[in-house]
Ligand binder design. Sequence first.
Ligand code: AHG
Ligand code: MN
Ligand code: MN
Length: 279
Amino acid sequence: MNEILKAIKESSIKISELLKDADFGYTSHTNHTGDTQLKLDVRSDELITEIFSGVKSVKALISEEKDEALSLNEDADFIVAYDPLDGSSLVDVNFAVGSIFGIYKNKVSAKNLVASAYAVYGPRLELVICGDKPILYRYKNGEFVAVKELKLNEKGKLNATGASQWGWSKEHRKFIKSLFDEKYRLRYSGAMVADLHQILLKGGGLFSYPATTDAPNGKLRVTFEVLPFAYIYEKAGGATTDGKNSSLLELEVKQIHATTPCYFGSKYEISKLLGEKCE
Ligand code: AHG
Ligand code: MN
Ligand code: MN
């Protein structure tokens, strides 16, 4: 596990350097989801692949930018699933973006997730690593320094609502409005790493990316976006749901690029959502 965490640290340092002066253009390729890949998406993926190719404890890599899993060491225990650059379309407007990593033991399923991590490329380089608990690290003078454990309050004040409202269900619309009526503030940048990081650091709130009429399974990807963050939010004392199950960590992984509706929050917002569904 230590060599995996070392590789995550090295990857995030390299990607943060790449973002400083790289070519922001698009490639002529689309990824599995159908997004046109930016040169930065591809380069970040290559950097992570290069770094992990020397890590003996990793059996395979699963990436947003690779159609198939990449086998590395057949007899190794861990599978690392990652989104090399989350929010990449925001790089040209100079918003914070990130990388997400889920570490699975033996098999890619929610129950086999043993740790997760994400890097935030903002004014500072920060990393959150979560085994038993989420710890925030800041990159300073060439090394990551532990800052604090992240804990969510019982209830928050922020409401980060994804997707086009045009496609929201009546139920979702009503729920989001009810939070604004409780004085929640809108915070949404379009990079889930930055939006979920803000909610974690400010102590709570809700991030949602619901099912929509044109995307009934939502947009965000289970193996390398949703499960790693669900793991961190629940270890931070928060809660998660797909709108039906009482935790995103109950989801079955059907295929490596599958998507799901998702809600991450403090306990109050998630139980309010699930409670309202039962009424
Ligand atoms: P990626 O850049 O890896 O494709 O991910 C972008 C995702 C996520 O970070 C963000 O929350 C969401 O897309 C934004 O989508 P909408 O603009 O539809 O809200
Ligand atoms: Mn992403
Ligand atoms: Mn991405």
